[in-house]
Write a protein of this length. Sequence first.
Length: 139
Amino acid sequence: MTLRITIPENPSEADREAVIAPLRAYNISRAGDPRIRPVAILLTDEQGERVGGLWGRCAYDWLFIELLAVPETHRGQNHGTALMHEAERIARANDCVGLWLDTYEFQARGFYEKLGFELFGTLDDHPIGHKRFFLRKPL
């Protein structure tokens, strides 16, 4: 069978699945089932509207925190800390050995370090003129 490269104008979820399916199969053959579990911890207002929170996933014994957002008008009220403590509780309940995340230098590196996260990698010029930091917290 001959393969060729194609580049879709508007990549779809089916396109993503075409890439991830063989990768998933390979990873499982080498490292076992990652036991992927999505994690959502939401902040809701008085009307029950979702206004922010934390999004991540447990996989291969680590909880990856992909997104953390607290509305600017509610920052400084420990909502971010509460979200992170809840993520750590979920990680422990799922037998994770740690949590990891990434953040830009103009975001919240210091916040995460105050919570016990340590730097394990830096990507310079992402975006250009800035750095992206990768942090972890072993449990």
